[in-house]
Write a protein that binds this ligand. Sequence first.
Ligand code: F6R
Length: 357
Amino acid sequence: DKGTYPYYMAKEMDEQPAVIRKIIQSYQNEAGNLEIDQAIVAKLTASDRIYIVACGTSYNAGWVGKQLLETLTHIPTEVHLASEFGHNMPLLTKKPFFIFLSQSGETADSRQVLVKVNDMNYPALTLTNVAGSTLSREAEFTLLLHAGPEIAVASTKAYTAQIAVLAILAEVVGKTVGLSEENNIIHDLGIVASSMESILSEKEQIEKLATDYLSTTRNAFYIGRGIDYYVAMEASLKLKEVSYVQTEGFAAGELKHGTIALIEEGTPVIAVITDERIAGHTRGNVQEVHARGAHTIVIVMEGLEQAGDQFILPKVNPLLSPLVSVVPTQLLAYYTSLHRGNDVDKPRNLAKSVTVE
Ligand code: F6R
């Protein structure tokens, strides 16, 4: 039931702070510590490489997962598109551990990889929103997203839930191997939940940006570096699928190696800047496109802002920044779709769960 919301997507974006709190609660034991099935932790700590396999938005969440897992556990992590991996499998290491990310748990492209992984007897964990789904039943291990049913075709709360659960998993494994001891993901996710609330209370500001920059454009670019690039990929997918604006999520530094040829007077370019180590470089790329006529929007983490930036994000643990930086981009996609008169919840040609390869 969408209640008073015009679309499920609007409701599901708004549910994100509550979902983050639900996840913290669900993975906390009575002593208030994070807890993950010991068997999962044991297999992960024994593995020499993690392979994340997924499609679409879940694949984009996988890239943030890679950053979290490598930083907190020091286990090398690769991210693969399921539709590519199954038919063109890379050389695997001796002790691989597979993580399947799937909101629905029914995606055929991901399932065909899981079948092969099971045949090879490698351990597999499914992160899914649907208990009892195919990918959950067929994988050795499951962790649930606890996001509640996601009805809108465009995935929003499942993306942030996947990242939150991956952060918890990474921290538990990291602490088990004596790393990331100073981290406190429970505390940091609590701050994320309140920060999401504050962003969601500034919807009018984002709706205005959608009106001013995106309501009539043919194309648009999202740019970022590192963790902000991963968010740019998801922001771009969200915008294109619900608004039908042709978009690309681009590594900010790569733009000048070809794609900058597409920038003309009025092309919207949206930069995500949350990582202070690369902020200056991304700023440079914003200047490059601005000088060629682009209409630039800067979404920036508090503390890194400059005069003229369009949206300031509340400060959170930099590793968790995608959980907040993605929210204004979801809202931009939503309002652009709404203003263009599209069916926000059911974009053309798309289905909620893709059960064919
Ligand atoms: C995008 C979207 C799709 C799904 C993809 C994977 O908003 O919904 O890209 O993310 O089809 O679906 P799951 O996560 O169910 O495997």
